[in-house]
Write a protein that binds this ligand. Structure first.
Ligand SMILES: [Zn+2]
Length: 409
């Protein structure tokens, strides 16, 4: 029989953590390495110490707690997620995964369960990338994808560096931020999409996640007066941008069923009501499970911008800000996840992730995998983000069983 979690304790802990950085409308505002994030980290470390775990903080502020196994030489199973949130985000994104991992270790203690492998819990720094613009930063450096010095030098809007924020909060640890020998990694997360809820299923065993690219386009035209300048003699950067963006939104329809395109940020210069804009900068996020579709989408984005700029007598510059290929999670962790969900007696199915998670970077250096629980209406990154508590408990049960499975591999 699989190890038993304590659903009541799990919920109490979830409420306790959710109070730190809570917003008036039931959400969470806990940006990386702010006071709220420091407070929740302090509570987390305290909880790890209560479990007699060997706690260490690495150079990027990632927090680890190690529970020994019976084989001292065996590589550990790593479990966890992130405690930082989006600005005025939800309580479930990231936090639920960390607390599932914590409840798993508590349940192991309750049962005096010995595992062959050590199990290490982790809270990754700056997963959201909303204060310091590099999503999944802690796991990226840990996995060797991003350089440590580069990460420490990143700044927020006020010019504060990651290094300064770590020092200020006391989370500038000594442990090396590097993977070392790890057997596997398991992360539970909310789905953030509508599919599990639509199927009435509690747990998704994640096959892999979408490839994605972030681009930034800058369109340059000429300012002029909004009145006397006739339409035919304008070089209007906004007209070109609007034209291109409209077509970018219809790209996924032509490319594939699963592809998506988003223009989420825009700046207009000079930004005056009666002046024709000479600069429009906007971002484009394109995703698909198929990397070739992402490549095709990038080409098409450039084509649409180029065409719109010709039409409106403007020029453009297109820059790729970030790109990640699609991830196929480890077969070992996927089958452990299926076995864990089965052992826990919950409803489950396989699923693909449209969002990136720490597990994506971790998967580059070890066998990684994820479990999803449903998001009500598929909504996320908003204060009303919700996972029905029964589903969260089902997820925690499947999670604990899967960790047990992996730790005895
Ligand atoms: Zn997350």
């Amino acid at each position: 029989m699989a190890v038993q979690i304590d659903a009541g304790r799990f919920e109490e802990t979830f409420e306790e953590y959710s109070a730190i950085g809570a917003t008036e409308r039931g959400g969470l505002h806990r940006l990386t390495l702010t006071d709220a994030d420091r407070d929740v980290r302090d509570l987390f470390v305290e909880d790890l110490e209560k479990l007699d775990l060997d706690v260490r903080i690495d150079e990027l502020g990632n927090i680890f707690g190690r529970r020994e196994g019976t084989d001292p030489d065996a590589a550990p199973v790593l479990i966890g997620s992130h405690l930082d949130s989006q600005p005025y985000g939800g309580r479930f994104d990231g936090q639920l995964g960390v607390l599932c991992a914590l409840e798993t270790l508590r349940a192991f203690e309750d049962a005096d369960l010995e595992t062959e492998r050590p199990v290490e819990i982790v809270n990754w720094t700056n997963e959201e990338g909303s204060r310091f613009e590099h999503a999944m930063l802690g796991s990226a450096v840990w996995a060797g994808v991003t350089d440590l010095e580069e990460a420490l030098a990143l700044t927020d809007d006020e010019g504060t560096t990651v290094r300064e924020a770590l020092e200020r909060t006391g989370y500038d640890g000594d442990a090396a931020c590097e993977a070392g020998d790890v057997h596997s990694y398991l992360e539970l997360h909310i789905e953030q999409g509508p599919y599990l809820e639509a199927d009435g299923i509690s747990v998704g065993v994640v096959e892999g996640s979408y490839g994605m690219a972030w681009l930034e386009a800058t369109i340059s035209g000429e300012t002029d007066h909004a009145g006397p300048t006739p339409m035919h003699s304008r070089s209007d950067a906004m007209a070109a941008a609007a034209d291109a963006i409209n077509r970018i939104h219809s790209l996924p329809n032509r490319l594939s069923d699963d592809s998506v395109a988003t223009v989420g940020r825009m700046a207009v210069g000079p930004g005056s009501i009666n002046v024709i804009p000479d600069t429009v900068t906007f971002t484009i996020d394109v995703r698909s499970y198929d990397d070739e579709i992402v490549a095709e989408a990038i080409e098409n984005v450039e084509f649409e911008i180029d065409t719109a700029c010709r039409r409106w007598d403007t020029e453009y510059d297109l820059e790729q800000l970030w790109r990640i290929s699609h991830t196929e999670f480890s077969e070992t962790v996927r089958s452990a996840g299926l076995a864990g969900a089965e052992a826990a007696g919950v409803s489950y199915r396989e699923i693909v992730s449209g969002a990136g998670h720490d597990a994506n970077y971790v998967n580059r250096v070890t066998d990684a995998g994820m479990l999803f629980v449903p998001s009500v209406d598929g909504k996320t990154h908003i204060e009303s983000e919700l996972t029905e508590w029964d589903d969260a408990v089902a997820g925690a049960k499947a999670y604990a069983a899967t960790v047990e499975e992996l730790a005895n591999e």
